[in-house]
Design a protein around this ligand. Sequence first.
Ligand code: 5AD
Ligand code: SF4
Length: 482
Amino acid sequence: MKEIIENVKLVENAPLEEPDRQYYFMEKAKEYVAKMSEELGRPLVAVIQTFGCQMNARDSEKLLGILEKIGYVEGTDEETADFVIYNTCTVRENANLRVYGRLGQLGAMKKKNPHKMIALCGCMMQEPEVVEKLKKSYCFVDLIFGTHNIYKFAELLTSAMQSDRTVIDIWKDTDKIVEDLPVERKYPFKSGVNIMFGCNNFCSYCIVPYVRGRERSRDPKAIIREIERLVADGVVEVMLLGQNVNSYGKNLEEPMTFAQLLQEIEKIEGLERIRFMTSHPKDLSDELIEVMSKSKKICKHLHLPVQSGSSRILKLMNRHYDKEQYLALAEKIRKAVPDISLTTDIIVGFPGETEEDFQETLDVVRKVRYDSAFTFIYSKRTGTPAAVMKDQISEDVVKDRFNRLLHEVQTISAEQCAIHEGTVQTVLVECVNEHDNHLMTGRMSNNLLVHFPGDESLIGQLVDVHLDECKGFYYMGRLENH
Ligand code: 5AD
Ligand code: SF4
């Protein structure tokens, strides 16, 4: 059984300032990787598995940036990889269960190949019970760290490489934001950009505020600088990321609004498209709606999670808006930005949800006519207020409601999608179609996908495509003027 070192601080001649300190450890780790790779007569391979949301996807790009910097090459096969890291999610219980299942398999692989290193990070690691369970039952794991100290990855990895004990470093919270670490983007032409971290909303069902900590906005100058660099490196579309982007800038030394930030980003020459997520309805300002209506670069898409259509449930959820306010907001947005696509998140089976409450949710779906909706079965998260609420709903009832909701959502989104048939839309060409390599796949401003004949040289370009036929939630089309 491995011993455990917790809350690591390597005592070395390392610089104390960040990010210099991390670059120092990258050099150290690089020596280890080079040595191992010489012994094995091949490059070392690292695999990152990302669970959960776009924030985690962006974090994984940062992890990969560091791994590549120290000499690993990215792979996909966990069995043969020298280093495997799971970037975990804990927003719903089944995300955790999947990690434990796969971790069991990783343990068996490590038995066959003892030099394999296994690391775990992300939201799930911020839960003390999880770390306890890992210490007890998954002692083959080499490195465990959380969401607040991800910037210390190089340092932690170095100590895991130097030791045969399990290195564990979890912070409860932080106010620190470290800039200018390496990143390896998945797509050359588009990128996520964090604008804020954490969440202060404490929706009663949600574990995010407990595992991602308090809201912190990045300095606007650092955001602009990052986007300018991305654009110089070929990026044409950015996705601004935060748990609640509408409250961006409130806690900055010189406060600024999200709408103001968007206007600054819009000025960046060479940047063609701006997306953002997620918006909380309670904080969505008229100023933002106006900026969206005038902008040439902000995409015609707004993800506006409603969670429930029942004012009574929304109150229990601690969402700070009711059904009428939400509907009024959706209408105001549609009026100001007529061709906007509205998408949402909906939870069914929140404690105490009655059939009447559920009907209110269906009513909102019918009234707003979402272009698409992510539907979730309520998952009890220990430590959240909802977990101890009375009247947890039985599985049968929830499943039945979930199916009815899904049917409604899918019918409406197919109708919404079809509205655009016969029009010409500008799309960003993203990839070769997975099923037919004569087709390319592009994304419209409103986030819908269209497949059309073309070749790989188009990837990363904005082209005009005629939408020939709607296939439910995507289109078949052809290049205009080709
Ligand atoms: N159960 C089910 N869905 C949840 N979400 C957040 N917490 C839970 C939970 N405990 C959903 C919300 C949120 C999305 C990211 O995940 O709909 O908007
Ligand atoms: Fe969770 Fe609510 Fe924060 Fe979203 S706004 S991360 S649902 S607490």
